[in-house]
Design a protein around this ligand. Structure first.
Ligand code: HEC
Length: 254
């Protein structure tokens, strides 16, 4: 039997030379193949904000087509999301009247851009939600009935104006929404803590506080939205007369 035989040599007890060469080659190939693994995460791709030689403007990221809106951010309903009228900000906007109070605050007394009616159905459920949220976020400064005598104010924080004077009684609902959304003077914005729907709930509760302190006044809680598909109790209240908070229950727990 020759040395180059491909068979197992009974005499030497070894593989022939050619066979062992094949084995070596196969092993080398397997190792190579493993070493050259190319995963999808290793694609030659651009990362955000990187430069590109491919596009003429040198940017790897493409500009979004005009008018693109990310999912959930269409916010087409201007009244609901901003509390402002469709015409707001136009050249026809009336000049805003201001006055100064005893503490030197500049008080705005006319709100030509703010909507007058709630953009959501005014329901008992809405007001109850507003009460709950008001007590979480606003009562500490504005006090239980909105007189600006909350606990923080009693401890020295600047006193907010009362909700219960003619200026804020006559202020349109859009103004209250705007104050919560964007802040007002010394007051912070509560946009990050209070979602849009809850802001309207709080505004509804502020209106009921105003009614409670001036029950014979002419404060309306009308809604421009009679869509009762979004709210099962929509037809229970439009001009709301909920259980009115009691002015004497200042600071009392409930
Ligand atoms: C940390 C105290 C504080 C909290 C909490 C607070 N406010 Fe105020 N708020 C103020 C102060 C102070 C002012 C007066 C700001 C100024 O005129 O510079 C004010 C003013 C206002 C006004 C009157 C705006 C005007 O036209 O004069 C409204 C309405 C109002 N806040 C609503 C709210 C609501 C609703 C909440 C809860 C979501 C809230 N505030 C939470 C301190 C607070």
């Amino acid at each position: 039997m020759s040395r180059n035989s491909e068979k197992w040599s009974v005499v030497t007890g070894r593989w022939s030379v050619r066979k062992s060469t094949y084995c070596l080659l196969l092993a080398a190939y397997c190792l190579l193949a493993l070493g050259c693994r190319y995963d999808m995460q290793d694609q030659p791709r651009y990362t955000a904000q990187k430069k590109s030689d491919f596009f003429k403007d040198g940017k790897a990221m493409r500009d979004l087509p005009e008018g693109t809106v990310s999912r959930g951010n269409l916010r087409e309903d201007k009244a609901f999301y901003t509390g402002k009228k469709e015409t707001a900000g136009g050249a026809s906007a009336a000049p805003v009247q201001t006055m100064t109070d005893a503490s030197g605050n500049t008080l705005v007394a006319s709100f030509p851009d703010a909507i007058e009616e709630f953009p959501v159905p005014v329901t008992e459920e809405l007001i109850n939600r507003g009460e709950e949220r008001y007590k979480v976020f606003c009562i500490v400064c504005h006090g239980p009935v909105g007189n600006g005598d909350g606990m923080i104010v009693r401890r020295g924080f600047p006193k907010p104006p009362t909700y219960n004077d003619d200026r804020l009684r006559n202020a349109p609902v859009g103004h209250f929404y705007d104050v919560i959304t964007n802040g007002w003077g010394k007051m912070n914005s509560y946009a990050s803590q209070v979602p849009v729907a809850d802001r309207w709930a709080i505004v509804a509760y502020i209106r009921t506080l105003q009614i409670s302190q001036n029950p014979n006044g002419n404060i309306k809680m009308t809604s421009s939205n009679s869509d009762n598909t979004t709210n099962t109790t929509a037809n229970t209240a439009v001009t709301a007369t909920p259980t009115l908070p009691n002015a004497n229950r200042q600071g009392g727990a409930r």
